[in-house]
Ligand binder design. Structure first.
Ligand code: XMP
Length: 322
């Protein structure tokens, strides 16, 4: 009989046995899986675990600092690296979604590995891989719809061994393990967020200015999802699998603000329900909620004069726009 308590107990014991006094490196993404993996390893081997968290500059508003604070609050030994200059430089002028992913994936591995190499006596690379991650990469054999990259990538010349303590778990089990480990609820209930971040939610090329426009709109949307309490007492945020704003920066439409004509970009709001991201339905968000978010975004975010709600399911659409 699987229970989070027995999982934690046996896994911590196994990790102690397996890792002994070895040094371990882990790439943190801010997501549930890598965070739970880190706390589990921290419980087993303490400061023999070094976590690396790379900021590519396309995270949500204030995300890097919030997540770093949360990790430090959990007692993790974590190194934060702001590598945004490199990512923005390499992404300049790139509009193709797969090209964006390739560049980000490559830069990510480069930055991560450079940092990992400083830990010269490391023996292991830990990853928060879960069961569906492995199934998905098997089941789409050859048919690449979107090339998903996960954090990390093995620095080959370091000869690190791979440690994946969550590899048999499903997402809901990972969350239950998180509670068992006493992690903060908001961290455990976080929605999935794509590795390339807002880069795949900005249509067209990526600039710092576009990222900050999208960060503002996205922040308004997410804060409202958290503060909107449904009839059963739960936040609307917890009713959806994933949500985020998309900047349609290659489109302009006409609007009117006061006495002035505007000619700016639209923002599309996306929210879906799902159990595994393989299929998804658009979330039936309440009209009063959508009205409030739309007003707030248009009034507060300079550069945006129209808000649309995406009512497409997967398939045939995908969750992300790129
Ligand atoms: P799609 O858009 O393919 O997304 O329906 C399915 C799930 O995967 C996430 N996603 C990504 N995650 N790197 C990632 O780590 C990526 O390049 C990537 N693209 C999509 C998406 O957010 C959703 O949860």
């Amino acid at each position: 009989e699987w229970s989070p308590a027995s999982f934690v107990e046996t896994t911590v014991a196994e990790l102690k046995e397996q890792l002994g006094n070895d040094r371990v490196i882990l790439g943190l993404s801010g997501g549930v899986d890598s965070s739970v993996c880190a706390v589990l390893l921290n419980k087993a081997i303490g400061h023999n675990l070094t976590c690396i968290f790379v900021d590519h500059g396309m995270l949500r508003k204030n995300e890097f600092n919030k997540v770093m604070d949360a990790y430090q609050g959990l007692g993790l030994n974590v190194i934060g690296i702001d590598a945004s200059e490199k990512f923005f430089a390499d992404l300049a002028g790139v509009t193709d979604p797969e090209q964006k992913r390739k560049i980000i994936g490559r830069d990510f591995v480069e930055v991560f590995n450079a940092e990992a190499k400083k830990i010269t006596d490391a023996k292991w690379l830990a990853q928060g891989t879960i069961y569906p991650d492995r199934i998905e990469s098997l089941s789409i054999t050859g048919m690449v719809i979107k090339s998903h990259h996960n954090v990390g990538g093995l620095p080959k010349d370091m000869h690190l061994k791979l440690c994946e303590p969550l590899k048999w778990l499903f997402k809901d089990e990972v969350r239950r393990v998180g509670y068992e480990l006493g992690m903060p609820e908001r961290l455990i209930k976080r929605h999935p967020f794509p590795g390339p971040g807002l880069a795949v939610r900005i249509l067209g090329d990526i600039t710092r200015e576009r990222v900050s426009i999208l960060q503002e709109a996205d922040d308004i949307y997410l804060n409202n999802l958290v503060s909107y309490i449904c009839e059963d007492g739960e936040p609307l945020y917890d009713k959806v699998w994933q949500a985020g704003a998309v900047l349609l920066s290659n489109i302009r439409s006409v609007g009117v603000m006061g006495d002035e004509r505007t000619y700016e970009h639209p923002v599309a709001l996306r929210a879906v329900t799902s159990t595994d991201a393989m299929t998804a339905d658009w979330a039936r968000l309440p009209y009063d909620f959508l009205a409030k978010v739309s007003n707030e975004i248009i009034n507060k975010v300079k550069g945006v004069n129209r808000v649309c709600y995406d009512i497409s399911s997967k398939p045939p659409s995908t969750i992300e726009w790129e």
